[in-house]
Design a protein around this ligand. Sequence first.
Ligand SMILES: [Zn+2]
Length: 197
Amino acid sequence: MQFNVAQLLKEPIGAMRRYELVEDIGELDPELAALGPLVGEVELIRIHSGILARANLSTAMQVMCNRCLEPIALPVRFTIEESFRPLTEVNTGRYIAPTEFEGEEEDLEDEALIIDEHHVLDLSEVVRQSIWVTLPMYPSCNWTGTGECPNLTRYLRELKATQEQAGEEIAMDEDEAVDPRWAALLELRKQQGNQGD
Ligand SMILES: [Zn+2]
C-alpha cells in the first residue's frame, strides 16, 4: 500500500494518479484476520498541502459471532479520504517545517498522514484504522440482523435436550466435557435452575 508520489508532487494542483489495488493485508494487524486481499481503487490527487488520497476498498474479515462465538466471515467495505503532507520538499529535499504546513492542523499531527523523505505515501495505517472503525462492535452470524443467532438457538435447544436426558443435575465430569466457550453459559443455567428449586 505504498505509493511513490515524487513525480506527482512536482505536478500542478489537480494532477491525479489512479491505481487498482489488490493487496495482501495478512500482516496489517495481528488482531485482524483477513480472509482475502484488500481490493479497490485508489486515487491520489495533488493538492496545495500535499496529496489527497481517496479510496474505495473492500475485503473480508474473520470475526467471532458475539452470541455463539462461532467464527464468521464478514464483508468489509470502506472509503478513505485523507490528505497527506510531505515531510520534505520534493525538489530540494529540504525538510518542511510544521509552521509552513498549509493544511488542517489535525492532519499535521497525524503521523499516519506523512509522506516520508523518500516521497513514499503509505496508506497502511489509514486502512488499518478504517477496518477497525468499519467492523461492527457486536458481529453476529445472523446476517440479516433480526431474530436470534441461529447457532446459539441450536445450541440452547441441544443443551435443553441434554439436560432433560440427564435429569436436573449435570454431573461435574460432564461439565468438563463441554466446550470451554460454553462453560459460563452452562454455569448460568445451572444457577437459574437452582434458584427455581
Ligand atoms: Zn452466532
